[in-house]
Design a protein around this ligand. Structure first.
Ligand SMILES: Nc1ncnc2c1ncn2[C@@H]1O[C@H](COP(=O)(O)OP(=O)(O)OP(=O)(O)O)[C@@H](O)[C@H]1O
Length: 635
């Protein structure tokens, strides 16, 4: 279902009901028919008694009564079932629509949302839609038709009494205009408080160990209780205004009764109105109770529903990723033994790319330009927060550059259909997220058609074989919420295996081996070096061992590439790189120790900033033969 941003909540509500309108209509008709049979039952019961009294055959009236009772019950029950089915259908369609939109949200947009609040919109708000888009909508429709019909009949019976009733109805209607928006507002605030509660719960449960270790349970519980109390207060307020609306409806009927009795009685006494007309009028008034009640309950329910629809609409209106890009001829894939594709020239090209996360915030990348040659290992180094991970986010199109262009395999990333672009990239994020489920579920996340042999291959490459052998159910062992049953290093290896299973052309590793022990890291580095023969591998370097193996190193500083080249070249020529490498305690066996440079203020600043960047002390021989490049290529 698509909704335009400018649609009113009521139009959106109708939009949710529209796909189920035939079921709803049949359900409403059958429910009404069931109710009508109930009305007819006393009359038929009377004929049964009459027949008994007159000693006549009771067969016909008894059969008719049985038919009415059974038929009415069945028809009414079926009608109610259809209405409920339509209601569930409305909720299902709405949830599916929201889930689809949620998963197509732009990453940078999602970053600014509270996941718990979004969850409450998909679960709790859609539940409110259940009756709003069905029974309350029907109530309002049926109530309006019945009320109008009865008012017309009353007008035909006696204009004076009709005007009296109309006056009262209009008066109470005016009061409702005051009450009804307040019900909607309170309903909306209650849902917002529920969203805050969801966001708070997500915050606490997402960092449960931290909360416990910090002894922050009481503080967090107080915040959650606050949100729960706010939701309760708003709910009670909505109920209070609902009760006021109900009282107004009841008052309308009672006032009408009294007014009609007063005015009608006077007119009967003066002989201007026959008694029978007054009685008929009062009977109509009696029947007016039901439609007024329906209208009041329907409108109150609709207000709450529309508050939920408004919140769902806000989610629907969040910016989505493009579903397809302008068609451009894709480069023909040339699968190699490791699954990568061999391409000539630059596999990745950044040209004068400018980017800031926030329009008013500082520039993270400032007209940055560089080339990553196809196949080979390129390392990106630089002080913390300089924008290394942001390069990956731009390549994956999690966010869009403000200026410049980014090419993958000679094609602007904007021209790639998004799924295709992401299919050729394997990304291992800094925090190596592992999802709840089994190890196999996690591996298949990015390649659900992978065979057992392929899984076995990447499990071996990522040095996970001994872990899988140890697990009680091997690959089918659940790994807990966010992979809590795995160690940090195991999670990293799972994330690497997952990325490799995709057989990417471009492998992006964001400090992906930072938590591995020296032996595992060494083995994994060998595997990655192997892969880099046929795949373009770009790593955000955390440890010196990675940097020294890279064919090319890019040194990022102040949003630009300040230098590029091999470890030896940069160690000779770039001050910042020298500072970075000197903080890593470069071992004497792999590289001759570089003379410690005299520290300039810039270098001292950088050294402080990168104090924690390079933690490892593993030393490895430099890769051979690296393509030499000293400075960042211009556009
Ligand atoms: N989603 C975001 N919204 C706003 N600002 C962000 C976001 N992600 C990162 N930043 C900011 O952008 C800058 C670059 O962040 P980035 O993660 O790319 O740095 P990095 O070089 O990878 O750092 P580190 O080595 O510490 O991982 C930082 O100042 C960071 O605060």
């Amino acid at each position: 279902m698509t909704t335009a941003a400018h649609d009113s909540p009521f139009r959106r509500l109708l939009g949710h009901a529209r796909p189920h309108r035939s079921t709803l209509a049949v359900g409403a008709v059958l429910t009404t028919a069931g109710a009508l049979t109930e009305l007819a039952q006393p009359l038929v019961a009377k004929s049964v008694v009459d027949a008994l009294a007159a000693d006549e055959s009771m067969l016909r009236p008894v059969l008719l009564l049985a038919l009415l009772v059974l038929g009415g019950a069945v028809v009414g029950a079926f009608g109610r079932f259809l209405m409920e089915r339509a209601a569930e259908g409305v909720v299902l369609t709405a949830r599916r629509g929201l889930i689809a939109r949620l998963l197509r949200l732009r990453v940078d947009v999602l970053d600014r949302q509270q996941p718990g609040d979004l969850i409450s919109r998909v679960t709790a708000d859609t539940t409110l839609l259940r009756s709003a888009a069905t029974s309350h909508l029907v109530e309002v429709g049926v109530g309006t038709v019945s009320l109008t019909g009865m008012l017309v009949l009353m007008a035909r019976l006696d204009l004076v009494l009709f005007l009296v009733v109309l006056g009262v109805v209009v008066l109470i209607g005016g009061c409702s205009l005051f009450v009804v928006p307040r019900i909607g507002q309170a309903g909306r605030q209650a849902q917002e408080a529920l969203g805050e509660l969801g966001a708070g719960l997500e915050r606490v449960l997402g960092a449960f160990r931290t909360v416990k270790a910090a002894g922050a349970e009481h503080h967090e519980a107080a915040a959650l209780n606050d949100a729960a109390a706010r939701a309760w207060r708003r709910g009670v307020l909505a109920a209070r205004w609902g009760a006021v609306a109900g009282v107004a409806g009841g008052l309308a009927v009672q006032l009408s009764f009294l007014s009609v009795l007063g005015v009608g009685g006077t007119r009967v006494a003066s002989g201007t109105l026959p008694v029978s007309s007054l009685i008929a009028f009062l009977l109509y008034l009696f029947y007016l109770v039901a439609p007024i009640h329906q209208l009041v309950s329907g409108i109150s329910g609709l207000q709450i529903g529309m508050a939920a629809v408004r919140r769902m609409g806000e989610l629907e209106d969040l910016a989505q990723e493009p579903t397809h890009a302008p068609a451009a001829p894709p480069t023909a894939p040339d699968r190699t033994s490791t699954g990568g594709t061999r391409t000539s020239g630059a596999a990745v090209r950044f040209r004068e790319v400018g980017f800031r996360y926030d329009e008013t915030g500082p520039a993270v990348l400032d007209d940055i330009s560089f080339d990553i040659p196809a196949n080979g290992l390129t390392a990106v180094v630089g002080p913390s927060g300089v924008g290394k991970s942001t390069l990956f986010a731009l390549l994956e199109r999690f966010c869009e550059p403000d200026s410049g262009s980014i090419e993958v395999d000679g094609r602007n990333v904007r021209d790639w259909p998004l799924p295709e672009l992401r299919r050729v990239i394997g990304l291992v994020e800094q925090d190596a997220p592992v999802l709840a489920g089994t190890l196999r579920d996690n591996l298949l996340l990015a390649a659900n058609d992978a065979t057992d042999q392929e899984i076995e291959r990447v499990v071996g490459l990522a040095r996970l074989t001994s872990l899988v052998d140890r697990l009680p159910n091997g690959l089918d062992t659940p790994v807990g919420h966010r992979g809590t049953t795995l160690s940090g290093g195991q999670r990293q290896r799972v994330a690497i295996a997952r990325a490799l299973l995709r057989r990417p052309r471009l492998l992006l590793l964001d400090e992906a081996t930072s938590q591995l022990d020296a032996l595992n890291e060494l083995e994994l580095r060998d595997a990655i070096a192997d892969i880099s023969r046929t795949t373009t591998v770009l790593v955000v370097a955390h440890r010196l061992s990675t940097v020294t193996r890279a064919h090319q190193i890019l040194v990022l500083d102040q949003g630009r590439v300040r230098a590029s080249g091999t470890h030896e070249e940069l160690a000779r020529t770039d001050d910042l790189y020298r500072v970075l490498s000197s903080t890593q305690m470069l071992g004497p066996d792999s590289h001759p120790p570089h003379p410690r440079p005299e520290r300039t203020p810039l270098m001292r600043r950088a050294a402080t900033a990168v104090g924690v960047l390079f933690a490892g002390t593993v030393t490895l021989p430099a890769a051979a033969p690296p393509p030499s490049r000293r400075t960042a290529p211009g556009p």
